[in-house]
Design a protein around this ligand. Structure first.
Ligand code: GLC
Length: 419
């Protein structure tokens, strides 16, 4: 499907703002943390130099304490809310004061392993290593001060799965600030409101932002946030990223002892997320100590982390069996499933990529290729949308979306699959 390859490259080119890529123009006009990491994998299919640059630009915006922000506001754009003046973090470049799931070290490893120009790639990877290490240290220290082995996420936006039903209980018990500043959303000006989070969610998102801002984004916000969750996605991605960071450190003769300690701790703690009845990993509300009742596809990212076992794969097979276009973010027979509302049911190409990667590494290339084929079909029939309705395949959210184009180039296209 070479014309789609060309189209995917055009999308990345059009969304390129010079050294970084916006997820899509209009709806998301800045640099997003984990989007950029996946986008780098797409660039690598035709321009390795540009692929490295995407991650370099992201990490050049790292805070002094090691945190890599969720959004970097390299330039102004009135079409987005909440922008730099609301976050008011006082950092240069302007950024949010929260992070996103850590995937940079894993993408750097993939770039290095697949590099056509190995020595140039080694040079770039080695230069990124201290920054990656600092960002992992930040997660393990600032977001797990007691060394429990699970890192805390303090805002739904940090999970990258903003309105997942896994947050419903934690969101419901959270009070909206009575003095919340009036605000005007911009997302519903770009995309139909039926596909976006509700106002009640947004009021809570903004309550948290105002709280963090009042506390100057200090480390203490980890303890102050009324919304504290051990998110399966963040924790599984961090474990995989720690393994990849250790691999990178070994390549360059750097010590790995501290990274191994993080890995061992996480492996010991992650079983706390397993639902006692099903064994599926759920979000753990660290305020109440309760597991969220709704299972989501984030639980299958245990495969990406190298923790998927036969039971995980069986659950995944049951999850996708009735779904025309897997992997639905919420099971299609769940009472909270909504086929088009963002993280409450739709399927996402980059999430499918991580699940399929984990399956291929867990001895199930057949199932990995089924998910790959389903993702390819979605893009062939419906285009490079932000995400897709898992029942009809229809594209939803933003169009000409960078990480969907990148996943096509890096993984889903027929050429990538070898025919
Ligand atoms: C939304 C998604 C998040 C993504 C961002 C930009 O906020 O929930 O995962 O990083 O859009 O694409």
């Amino acid at each position: 499907m070479p014309d789609l390859d060309a189209r995917a490259r055009v999308i990345l080119g059009e969304n390129d703002r010079g050294g970084f890529t916006v997820p899509t123009s209009g709806l998301y006009p800045f640099q997003w943390n984990w989007d950029s990491c996946f986008v780098a994998l797409g660039f690598a299919a035709f321009d390795e130099d540009r692929a490295w640059q995407e991650i370099e630009t992201l990490l050049s915006s790292q805070w002094a304490d090691g945190m890599v922000p969720s959004i970097i506001f390299h330039q102004d754009d009135p079409g987005y809310f909440p922008g730099p003046e609301i976050w008011a973090t006082g950092r240069t470049p302007h950024s949010t004061g929260i992070t996103q799931p850590p995937v940079a070290a894993s993408c750097v490893r993939l770039l290095l392993e697949q590099a056509r120009d190995r020595s140039a790639a080694e040079h770039r990877a080695r230069a990124l290593l201290p920054k990656l290490l600092a960002s992992h240290r930040w997660f393990h220290e600032a977001r797990d001060p007691s060394g429990s082995g699970l890192v805390t996420t303090i805002h739904p936006w940090e999970t990258g799965m903003d309105n997942s039903p896994a947050w419903d209980e934690a969101m419901a018990r959270m009070e909206v600030a009575p003095d919340l500043e009036p605000y005007e959303r911009r997302d519903t000006g770009h995309v139909d409101a039926s596909q976006r989070p509700h106002k009640s969610d947004y009021d809570r998102y903004m309550t948290l932002v105002e709280l963090f801002r009042r506390h100057g984004y200090a480390h203490e916000i980890e303890a102050l946030s009324p919304w504290r969750v051990a998110d399966p996605c963040t924790n599984f991605l961090l474990l995989r990223a720690d393994r990849d960071l250790a691999w990178l450190a070994e390549q360059f003769g750097e010590p790995t002892r501290q990274i191994q300690i993080w890995i061992t701790r996480a492996e010991a703690a992650l079983p706390r997320l397993l639902h006692p009845a099903t064994g599926h990993p759920h979000a753990l509300d660290l305020v109440t100590g309760e597991l969220a009742p709704t299972p989501t596809s984030a639980g299958f990212l245990s495969l990406w982390a190298g923790l998927g076992d036969a039971a995980t794969i069986e659950r995944l097979e049951a999850w996708i069996a009735p779904t025309p276009y897997p992997v639905a973010s919420v099971a299609i027979d769940d009472r909270r499933f909504e086929s088009r509302r963002y993280w409450r049911g739709p399927t996402w190409a980059f999430a499918n990529f991580m699940i399929a990667d984990g399956l291929a590494r867990s001895g199930r290339p057949d199932l990995a290729s089924r998910i790959q084929t389903a993702t390819r079909t979605l893009i062939e029939r419906h285009g490079f949308f932000e995400y897709f309705d898992p029942l009809t395949g229809e594209g939803c959210g933003g169009d000409s979306f960078s990480w969907t184009a990148a996943m096509w180039l890096a993984w889903a296209s027929r050429d990538r699959a070898g025919g």
